[in-house]
Design a protein around this ligand. Structure first.
Ligand code: PLP
Length: 372
């Protein structure tokens, strides 16, 4: 039998992503699909590039969205910047640093890791000590660790990369649009993000930006980029002046990113970041009033994502099920070492609202009471 046409319910998406999408983003995604070389579409592409540069605070020429989710952005950066045998220094303080290691090794890198416990962040010295005066081609770390709820201070990391002779690569999947990200001021060489976190667009695109130094490394490769699909030397020609066909752009997804970027810039980056901070503060206050413990130290807490310790005697899955079924709210469970130990609540992009904060606090209170 043919399935009925789908009819998804309206949720409050308060997990680690995807986040709630603004209605106008969904509306533009339903507009007529254009050809990927239609002059009207090329204009939309140029406007997206212009707006992504503003979001990343960069002048980098090589700035555009890759087809695929945040992980495709991660893979794009490593695949293009690593040649087999390159030495790469990677910080691990959660799931996504670990994923970077896996991706870098598949590209043939010789990886050295710098590790601090989950829920903590790095100092520049952590990297320097591990490097012990050796040279590296690339150094990579995560700005907003969504698995642990920490915000990494990136000031001082450019100086470390210079000391190692390395390019600096940063994961900004959960920070872009929710925390300050200043690519040029912070000397970042390669950065990637995703559309479905603080940009509040459905999952499916990964904005990236490469500095001129990173672009040079790409041009000077002696081996072809190991991934055909993610090869920036080819896809860059479609997003650049040549408009050479590489793969068919996901047209309607790009409409969505255009509108989501427009909304973010219309709100103003500073105002948007302040909104994320205010709602996160209100949420934390409410959680503490419920007697819940926030394991991450106050000075390194993420605003778009709060990690809550699950009280002993409380069942993780039942609480999340209660929230979803009784309040239509999705929150996340723990990943990896934090599985079953924490909840992860997102207040990202369009979902970072006072009404979501209050609905989640009252939903949590009811879900906890239901277990007493
Ligand atoms: C979500 C996330 C990713 C992966 O993005 P996907 O869209 O799930 O592929 C990478 N890094 C961080 C920090 C993330 O939060």
């Amino acid at each position: 039998m043919l399935p009925a046409r789908i009819n998804p319910p309206q949720r409050r998406l308060m997990g680690p992503g995807p986040s709630d999408v603004e209605p106008s983003v969904l509306e533009v995604m339903a507009l007529p699909t254009l050809g990927h070389l239609d002059p009207q579409f090329l204009k939309i592409m140029d406007e997206i590039r212009y707006m992504l540069r503003a979001l990343f605070s960069t002048e980098n020429a090589l700035t555009f969205p890759m087809s695929g989710t945040g992980s495709a952005g991660m893979e794009t950066c490593f695949a293009n910047l690593i040649e087999p045998g390159d030495r790469v220094l990677i910080g691990i303080n959660g799931v996504f640093g670990g994923r970077m290691v896996d991706v870098a090794q598949r590209c043939g890198a010789e990886v050295v890791t710098v590790e601090v416990p989950w829920g903590e962040t790095f100092t520049p010295d952590d990297f320097l000590q591990k490097a012990r005066g050796q040279r590296f081609d690339l150094m990579a770390l995560v700005h907003a660790e969504t698995s642990t709820g920490t915000l990494q201070d990136l000031s001082g990391m450019r100086a470390v990369a210079d000391h190692l002779g390395a390019l600096l690569l940063v994961d900004a999947v959960t920070s872009l649009g929710g925390h300050t990200v200043r690519v040029d001021d912070w000397g970042i060489d390669a950065i990637y993000s995703g559309t479905q976190k603080c940009l509040s667009c459905p999952p499916g695109l990964a904005p990236i930006s490469f500095s001129s130094r990173a672009s040079e490394k790409l041009e000077q490769r002696s081996t072809p980029v190991q991934s055909w699909y993610l090869d920036l030397s080819m896809i860059g020609k479609y997003w650049g002046a040549e408009r050479a066909y590489h793969h068919t752009a996901p047209i309607n997804m790009l409409y969505g990113l255009h509108e989501a970027s427009r909304l973010a810039l219309e709100e103003g980056l500073e105002a948007r970041i302040a909104r994320h901070a205010q709602n996160a503060a209100r949420f934390r206050e409410g959680l503490q009033a419920l007697g819940l413990n926030l394991p991450v130290a106050e000075n390194i807490r993420l605003n778009p994502l709060t990690v809550i310790e699950i009280p002993s005697g409380i069942d993780d899955v039942s609480v999340r099920k209660h929230l979803l079924e009784q309040a239509g709210i999705e929150i996340g469970g723990g990943l990896g070492a934090f599985k079953g130990k924490v909840w992860r609540v997102g207040l990202m992009g369009a979902a970072s609202t006072k009404s979501n904060v209050d609905a989640c606090l009252s939903g949590l209170k009811n879900a906890l009471n239901a277990q007493q």
